[in-house]
Write a protein that binds this ligand. Structure first.
Ligand code: ATP
Length: 429
């Protein structure tokens, strides 16, 4: 099945709003092996949308549109589709009643303008929108089925689950595609590519996709076909990729590094604090995004100045004088001081030059020292020298710090691969 996606809205053509709806729709397509051939963003112009649609009707069996179903005059999707198909459109009074009832539920009167949202194109099936006022529509035009969905991402998600996925399951019986995800932290993309190269040969280049973000790579393996065969192939690909990538795989599903680290801390029954200079508390912020993190995370000392490094963490003035704040020695002293003064089993300390100013020849922008203190003393130290802007350097530093801790905890727990235990249970995403 060949498909197209049309995202409607002038705001999507500017710089303030990115079209993310098409990604959610594409994910549904990928699960069912639908071939996405075209994707476009069209502004709020009835003429432009009708013309774009007319060009897509032949050659695509499925077209999904999002946005432009609101009540105002710039919401032109219904009328543009009617125009492209040469069909009539009328207001359905029972739908007006349903929209008015929704407003009443919220203690409001329905503005007259909202009557427009009850417009239905001839021959269309109305798709009730449980999360908003704009109903969706589905219609068949010869060999092509069109879905008109609202633009609000949360409403769209509801419509995909309620209408698109069941429709795809019904029309693409047995042709489901599934994806297994392996997440990898702090490995250069080229190193990863080198490691997994044999799997491309064994399973096919198109079966494996690598999505790289700074310090965080997602390897996605997908397989189609009948369920038993598909599952077996996914299992084989995951095992092979795991073996090729090794301990750098931190999760087998859509899990964040901070969640994985948190789970390991909980399993080990230990506590953590952070002492942060250049990251300003970013590592602590990431750790506390995870619900229940108070079980293992005690808190952080954000010590930006030398004075606070001394006062809160007990870093000695002599050490700061001899090596400077951005040094292995000071990172180690910060970690040891935080561990002892804040009373945790582990402490991560970060100190560096995030830029854009403050770099020297000896310590250029991007120089960051990270130390991990454990009950045995300083367990590991890393000196980073990543290029990039301030936010990238800070993010990468937090990523490396969490990865250092993850590696250490894996060794402590005797868990060589995340495949063991709950963290890595590799149900396909
Ligand atoms: P409603 O009547 O419920 O507002 P609508 O179908 O008219 O729905 P729009 O008015 O086009 O939707 O958009 C509503 C909101 O959703 C806006 O904030 C818009 O920026 C956002 N939005 C619309 N389309 C997309 C898209 N493709 N990706 C991400 N956000 C989108």
């Amino acid at each position: 099945m060949k498909a197209a996606i049309l995202a409607v809205g002038s705001e999507l053509l500017g710089t303030v709003r990115l079209d993310t709806n098409s990604l959610a729709i594409t994910e549904a397509f990928e699960r069912h092996g639908v071939e996405l051939r075209r994707k476009a963003v069209v502004g709020d112009s009835e003429e432009d949308l009708a013309a774009e649609l007319a060009g897509l009707l032949s050659g695509h069996q499925l077209i999904v549109l999002t946005g432009g179903l609101g009540p105002t005059s710039d919401d032109i999707t219904r009328t543009a589709v009617a125009r492209a198909l040469g069909r009539g459109i009328e207001i359905r009074e029972e739908l007006v009643g349903a929209i008015a009832a929704r407003f009443h539920q919220m203690g409001l009167e329905m503005p007259a303008v909202n009557r427009r949202q009850a417009e239905v194109i001839d021959g269309a099936t109305v798709l009730t929108n449980a999360r908003g006022t704009a109903p969706g529509l589905r219609l068949d035009a010869g060999p092509t089925t069109l879905f008109l969905f609202p633009g609000v991402p949360w409403e769209l998600d509801g419509m995909i689950g309620e209408y698109l996925l069941p429709w795809l399951a019904e029309h693409l019986d047995g042709d489901l595609r599934e994806t297994a995800v392996l997440k990898v932290a702090c490995l250069p993309e080229s190193t990863l590519e080198e490691r997994i190269a044999p799997a491309y040969g064994e399973f096919g280049r198109e079966a494996i996709t690598v999505l790289a973000r700074p310090g965080d790579i997602e390897v996605r393996a997908s397989a189609g076909g009948p369920e038993a065969e598909r599952r077996e192939r996914l299992g084989a690909m995951t095992r092979r990729l795991d073996a090729l990538i090794g301990r750098a795989v931190y999760a087998h599903r859509d899990t964040t590094l901070e969640e994985v680290v948190g789970e390991l801390l909980r399993r080990a029954g230990v506590t953590l604090v952070t002492a942060e200079s250049c990251t300003g508390g970013l590592v602590a912020e990431r750790l506390t995004r995870v619900p229940g993190s108070s079980d293992y995370f005690l808190g952080a000392a954000v010590t930006y100045s030398n004075e606070l490094k001394m006062a809160l963490l007990g870093v000695s003035p002599a050490l700061l004088g001899a090596h400077g704040a951005v040094s292995e020695e000071v990172a180690a002293a910060m970690a040891l001081g935080a561990r002892e003064r804040l009373g945790a089993d582990y402490a991560l300390a970060l100190t560096g030059v995030a830029g854009p100013g403050g770099g020297t020849e000896e310590k250029p922008v991007g120089t960051v020292h990270i130390a991990l203190a454990s009950p045995e003393g300083i367990t590991s130290h890393r000196r980073l020298g990543y290029p990039g802007d301030r936010q990238r350097i800070r993010w990468l530093s937090s990523q490396v710090a969490l990865e250092m801790l993850r590696r250490h905890l894996l060794s402590t727990l005797g868990t060589e691969s995340p495949g063991a235990g709950t963290l890595g249970e590799g149900a396909p995403a």
